[in-house]
Structure formats: C-alpha cells, structure tokens
Ligand binder design. Structure first.
Ligand SMILES: CCCCCCCC/C=C\CCCCCCCCCCCC(=O)SCCNC(=O)CCNC(=O)[C@H](O)C(C)(C)COP(=O)(O)OP(=O)(O)OC[C@H]1O[C@@H](n2cnc3c(N)ncnc32)[C@H](O)[C@@H]1OP(=O)(O)O
Ligand SMILES: Cc1cc2nc3c(=O)[nH]c(=O)nc-3n(C[C@H](O)[C@H](O)[C@H](O)COP(=O)(O)OP(=O)(O)OC[C@H]3O[C@@H](n4cnc5c(N)ncnc54)[C@H](O)[C@@H]3O)c2cc1C
Length: 666
C-alpha cells in the first residue's frame, strides 16, 4: 500500500501469480468496502494526531490522557467529515487503540437497542448517539464473571416511590472489569438481580447514571475507579477497566430494560413472549464482531512475519552468493503458511457469522426465536476457536521473526498484549466451548426423533452414513477434493459428539456426567467449530470470484487450512476411524506440496490485506522491506540513548567499578 523508496520486496512481488488488486476486494468483502477501508486507512496514517509509535514510552496517566485526546479528535473528525457509520467504524479500527468508545458503541448502545422497549430506545439512544451521555456494560463482578446467574448486585423494587434500589451487598458484588467504567462513563447498563416483593426474578439490565453531567463527579451512593494496570506496557492500558459499588442508589422504574420482562407501577412482574435469553443478546452481537476482529489481528501478525521471513537470510550461501531467505525453509513454511490460511479462513467465517447474526436479528424482530440457540452456539464456539488460534498465532509469529520479533518495534509484543484478553472477555473460551457442547448433546439426543438438525448441525442428519463411512482418498490428489475433506471433518465431528453422548448416557445424573466428561466435550465442540470454518471456506469457493488466479490461490489456502488441521488433530481422525494412517500420510504429503504453491505468492497474499505501515506499526513488516536501517535508526531513538553515559552512572555504576578497582589492587 505504501509508495516511494526502494522496494526490497519487489522481486518477491513479481513472483506472484494472481491479481492482488482483486484479492484486496475479496479480503475487504466488496469493492465498496475496499474503497472505504483504503480511504480511511490513508486518512488515519497521514494525520499526526493519530501517531502511535510512542505509546510504550508513556506513563499510564499520559497514555490514558492521550487516548482521551485521540477519541475526542476522532469524534470531531467524524462530525466534520460527516462520516457514515461504516466509515466511523473503520476509523476506530485504523486508529488501533482500545478506548471507552468501543464499549459505548459496541455494548452500551446495542444493550439498549436489544433489551430496551421502543419508548426506552427513543429516550436513551439519541443521547448516546450524540455522545451527550457515555455508557459502559457493567455485568462482571469481583466474584462472578462466567456465571452470570451468580451475580450478586440487587435491584429491589420500591413500590412507594416507583423506583429500583441498586445495591452492592458484598465486596464480591462490586462490578469489576467493565471497560470505560473506571474514569469515563457517565452511565452504565448495570446487571443486577431483580427483586420484587421479596422474590428474586434473576439478572436483568438497568440504566444507571454514575457521574454528574456537569462536573463528572460520581453521584451519591456511587463508588467508582480504575482497577489498575494490565498485562504489558501500552497495550490494553489505554482502557479504563473499572470497579463500581452501589450504596442503595435509587433509579426510576422505567430505567430497567423491559423488553424481556416488565415491572408495572403496582409491582407486578409481567413476562413478555420474548425468551429470557435475549438478556444475553449483547454478548451474542459482540462475539460475532470478535470473530471478524480475529482475522484482522491474525492477518496483521502474519503480514509482519511473512514480509520479514522474505527479508531475513540465514545460512546456505552457495559460492559466496546470498544466504537462504528464511521463508524458504520448509519448517518456516509449515509454521507460517497455515497461519496465513487461517487468516483467510477466519475472514470468510466472520462474513458468514455476520450474515447469521443479521438473519437472527431480523427473525427476532418478527418474534421468531427459533434460530437463537444456533446463533448462540455458533457465535460462542467460533469466538472461542478463532481467538484461541489467533492468540497462539501472534506468539508463533513473534518466534518466526527470531530475536527481532521480541523488540517492541516489531509490533508483535504490543499486538499480543492487546489481543490475548480476547480469549477471556466476552466469555472465557472453555466456558463457551461447553455451551457449544451442550447444544451438540441436545442435537445428538434428538437424532432419530424425526426432528431434523438444521443450520450448522445439518450434517448430523446424515448420521447413519457418517458414522460408518470410510474415507475414499487413495492418492495424494484425492485430498484436493472438497467432498473428501468435508466428509472427513463431518465424520470426525459427529463421531466425537456421539462418543460423548454415549459416555454421558452411562451417568445417572446428567450434570455429573457433563462435568466428568467436560474435557472430551470441549474437544468435540472444537471439532464441530473447525468443521464450520472449513465448510464456510469451501462455500466461499463456490462463489463467482473474479480476477486472474484469485480463486486458485483461495483454493490452495482452503486446503492448507483444512489439511494442516487434519495433520494437527490426526489423533482424532484416526481414533474415530475417519481416516487410516496411510490416508493421514497422503494428506501430509499433499500439504507439503501446497506449501510450495503458496511460497511464490506469500508476499502478495499478505499485501492483499492492504495494511498501511502506520496500521502495522512494525519495522519488520514494512511494505518496502527496508528492515535493517530502520531497526538501527530506531534503536538510537530510545530515551536510554539520549545520553551516552546513563543517568545513575555516578550514583550506582561508578562506585561499583571503583570498588572493584580497589579490590583488584589489594
Ligand atoms: C457514528 C459513530 C460510530 C462509531 C462506531 C464505532 C464502532 C465501534 C463498534 C463496535 C466495536 C465493538 C468492539 C467491541 C469491543 C469489545 C471489547 C470487549 C469487551 C468485553 C466485554 C465483556 O467481557 S462483557 C461480559 C461478558 N461476559 C460473559 O461473556 C459471561 C459468560 N457467561 C455467559 O455468557 C453465560 O452466563 C453462560 C453462557 C455461561 C450461561 O451459563 P448458564 O448455563 O448458567 O446459563 P443460564 O442458566 O443463564 O441459561 C442457559 C440457557 O440459555 C442459553 N444461553 C446462554 N447464553 C445465551 C446467549 N448468549 N444467547 C442465547 N442463549 C443463551 C443456554 O444455551 C441455555 O439454553 P438451554 O436451552 O436451556 O440449554
Ligand atoms: C480486558 C477485559 C475486558 C473486560 N471488559 C468487560 C466489560 O466491559 N464488561 C464486563 O461486564 N466484563 C468485562 N470483562 C470481564 C470478562 O467478561 C470476564 O472476565 C470473563 O467473562 C471471564 O469470567 P471470569 O473472569 O469470571 O473467569 P472465571 O469463570 O473465573 O474463569 C477462571 C477459570 O475457570 C474456568 N471455568 C469457569 N467456569 C467453568 C466451568 N463451568 N467449567 C469449566 N471451567 C470453568 C475457566 O475456563 C478459567 O480457566 C472484561 C475482562 C477483561 C480481561
């Protein structure tokens, strides 16, 4: 994307055998999406106000103030340039700095939209849209995060005053973690147990004002602050994750979000025909966005590691010629290319999940709740699968860059530190896999009952065949047949689920059985989610994809993704009898040959992400590959090099040296 200067990767770019510009459009999702993304990326990169190369050097206070400045400036630009919602979302993406605005737009607004009545939406959304109030999502407490039904904050209805009294009865009921809460939010959607006439009606959302709109001071009864520094310097410390306690704070009755359940003036609790799981709807929305974000974080790390692997040379000089580019080592390819393929795979499954979410939202509006369990299982499972894979991949990319990957200027340490909480927030990844497993066990238990599995479990309707089929691959080329690959993944996923269901049936208490078998259940859930990713990649290839060689590259990546999973999890495939050891070895042979096909296209495949050097934030991942001079120059910019003799020399170094000198003379 960058222009000018010597292009050290030019030769690599000439090797590619496909139309990179068309691939950029496939990656972006459409020509329109590409144009928006490209324009906004350049806007951010060219504006010094969005500089980010000094983040690691700032103290927490400076860092946070700097984030406030950037967020305010971004909002001003959104207004001045009259950016659309799509453009504004891209602006946030390329600014590349976690901020309170993520929670305001990403959770507070969606919570009101999804759980508020029409009237409540009309009252609160205009204020939120104009940022006249700033909100956060205050669910997690010191004592409970995963177990939402275990939250302790109470909202007790007072019929005398027509108010709820929000209270934190214990230390462990303190809200703990919500982003944007610590120092910024004026309001929260706070989750609390609804108590009416002494009866507990479970957890619901309430809009609570936290701070004065005049002087930003906490309102009476509110104790609020930041929970402290998090992993890494810079990184997620731009966010004010907060702690909050309520001391009998009164709010009007109409500030309970009442789409799912209403409390009347008389204190009557009325359940609407909307399922209570809709209270969890904001989490479904965010989990879906997290899957797309995974492909962004992964592609960024892979772009850095791929470009650097083409620049870096070690060993293998022939007759004084250049040494071998490390990207030509088969071990480097077998570690790197599956990650490149995963970035594309997650992109396409993210697109599909967005479609699924839009579809379920439209159905919910028409009071059709039938696809909610499927949406929950898919968003929970794919969020878990893609974030775990991406977190591991960023660390692998760091190692792929050798020693220089450990430098902050490689961009990888900060990316890792910012990214890894995605495995925990919005649902711990193991807890979410167990949700998928419950869904699978339910589906398996209904097989043969006449109820046909649909959506992501539709393959289970062919249970009879999949339980006994034998893989037909006899030659290396057979592993390039989508049907052969898909059937192997379907059979493996089904057989693992059925094995769990059979083992579960041996327990008289199903909950006890579920707990005992939970590690196997989580593995069955992973197999199911991997099948979804593979099948959505295969479906993508059935579309009309223009551009010379583009579809062929995607086919290669699809098989790299699938066959590397098959190789990595061959224990599953073999133990369930889905493939034979000979077939596993043929698949691995095919995989090796695919790596050779990816090799000449690798640089162009990462160029297709269309990332600016500003967004990448990496000396190793520079578009022009001019790594060494930049690394060298950057080192001298470190504050430690401001003086030749370090501060502290006279107090702490010189006396030691002099002491040694004296000892030596003795
Ligand atoms: C103009 C300017 C524009 C500017 C644009 C700016 C653009 C910015 C836009 C977007 C940015 C987005 C960025 C977002 C950034 C986000 C940063 C991350 C912040 C992180 C936030 C958080 O972490 S919030 C807290 C999240 N917490 C959790 O995830 C908790 C995890 N636990 C749970 O989800 C659940 O409690 C559980 C799933 C574990 C349930 O357990 P349990 O078995 O106890 O459940 P229940 O008894 O309550 O219910 C069981 C029943 O319900 C089904 N179910 C559970 N969950 C759901 C669900 N979500 N949906 C539907 N159904 C659900 C479950 O399957 C059971 O069903 P049965 O049929 O009974 O089996
Ligand atoms: C950076 C960050 C930002 C966040 N932002 C917000 C926010 O804006 N708003 C908000 O409300 N919350 C937020 N959170 C909180 C987050 O949603 C929770 O931390 C998350 O849901 C995990 O819950 P927990 O901390 O209770 O983990 P725990 O459930 O205590 O997990 C601890 C361990 O126990 C295991 N475990 C737990 N239950 C089970 C089980 N049933 N079976 C098997 N294993 C289990 C887990 O796998 C994990 O290994 C944020 C967290 C982070 C790290």
């Amino acid at each position: 994307m960058e222009g000018g200067g010597v292009d050290h990767l030019a030769e690599e770019r000439q090797k590619s055998r496909f139309d990179v510009d068309e691939m950029k459009i496939v990656w972006a999702g459409s020509r329109h999406a590409f144009e928006v993304s490209d324009r906004v990326a350049r806007l951010v990169a060219s504006d010094p106000a969005f500089r980010k190369d000094n983040r690691n050097l700032l103290s927490r206070k400076e860092l946070f103030k700097n984030t406030l400045r950037k967020a305010a400036y971004a909002w001003k630009r959104i207004m001045e340039l009259r950016l659309t919602e799509e453009e504004a979302a891209k602006l946030r993406f390329f600014i590349d700095e976690p901020a309170y605005t993520d929670l305001h737009w990403g959770m507070f607004v969606p919570a009101i939209k999804g759980q508020g009545t029409e009237e409540q939406q009309q009252k609160w959304l205009p204020l939120a849209y104009k940022m006249q109030i700033i909100g956060c999502y205050a669910q997690t407490e010191l004592g409970h995060g995963s177990n939402v039904q275990g939250l302790e904050t109470t909202a007790t209805f007072d019929p005398q005053t027509d108010e709820f009294i929000i209270n934190s009865p214990t230390l462990t009921s303190s809200k703990w973690w919500p982003g944007g809460l610590g120092k910024v939010s004026t309001h929260a959607v706070a989750y609390a147990r609804l108590i009416v006439n002494g009866q507990d009606h479970g957890v619901h959302g309430f809009i609570v004002q936290l701070r004065s709109l005049d002087d930003h001071m906490p309102l009476p009864g509110i104790t609020v602050g930041d929970i402290g520094m998090k992993f890494g310097s810079g990184a997620y410390n731009t966010m004010d994750n907060g702690v909050l306690r309520f001391d009998h704070v009164r709010i009007p009755r109409n500030q309970m979000l009442m789409r799912v359940l209403q409390v009347t003036r008389e204190g009557k609790v009325v359940q609407s025909d909307v399922p209570r799981q809709l209270i969890y709807g904001t989490m479904v929305y965010v989990r879906q966005t997290i899957v797309s974000d995974a492909s962004s974080a992964l592609s960024r790390a892979v772009c850095i590691a791929t470009r650097y692997s083409a620049v870096r040379r070690q060993f293998g000089s022939q007759k004084g010629g250049p040494e071998t580019q490390v990207i030509d080592y088969k071990t480097q390819q077998s570690r790197l290319f599956p990650l490149l393929a995963s970035a594309y795979a997650f992109r396409f499954v993210g697109e599909w999940l967005k479609w699924l979410y839009t579809d379920v939202t439209q159905r919910l509006q028409a009071n059709d709740f039938s696809t909610l369990p499927e949406a929950h299982a898919c968003t929970a499972g794919l969020k878990s699968l893609t974030t775990s894979a991406t977190a591991d991949a960023i660390e692998e990319c760091r190692k792929l860059c050798g020693g220089h990957g450990y430098l902050t200027s490689s961009g990888l340490p900060e990316l890792f530190a910012v990214y890894i909480p995605a495995c925990t927030y919005e649902g711990d990844n193991t807890v979410l896999l167990l949700q998928v497993a419950r869904f699978l066990m339910k589906t398996v238990s209904q097989l043969g009952s006449g109820k046909q599995p649909v959506g992501s479990t539709a393959y289970m309707s062919r249970a009879e065949h999949l339980m006994q089929c034998r893989c037909s691959a006899q030659r290396v080329e057979d592993w390039l047949k989508p049907d052969v690959v898909l059937e192997a993944f379907e059979a493996r996923a089904l057989r693992m689920s059925v094995a769990c269901a059979q083992n579960l049936s041996k327990f008289s208490n199903p909950e006890e059985g579920f707990a005992e078998l939970s590690a196997d259940l989580a593995e069955a859930a992973i197999a199911h989610c991997q099948l979804i990713v593979v099948s959505k990649f295969v479906e993508k290839l059935q579309q009309d994809i223009p551009g010379q060689g583009v579809k062929q590259q995607l086919q290669t990546l699809c098989f790299v993704y699938s066959l590397h999973l098959l190789h990595k999890h061959q224990g599953d495939f073999l133990s369930t009898g889905c493939i034979t050891p000979k077939q596993a070895s043929l698949a691995n042979e095919q995989l090796r040959s695919l790596y050779s096909q990816v090799r000449p296209n690798a640089i162009a495949l990462v160029d297709a992400f269309n990332y600016t050097d500003h967004y990448l934030g990496s000396v190793l991942g520079r578009y022009d590959g001019n790594v060494y001079p930049t690394l060298y120059e950057d080192a001298w910019k470190d504050p430690l090099n401001d003086s030749v003799v370090p501060d502290g020399y006279h107090e702490y170094l010189r006396p030691v040296l002099k002491q040694q000198l004296r000892n030596a003379r003795l």
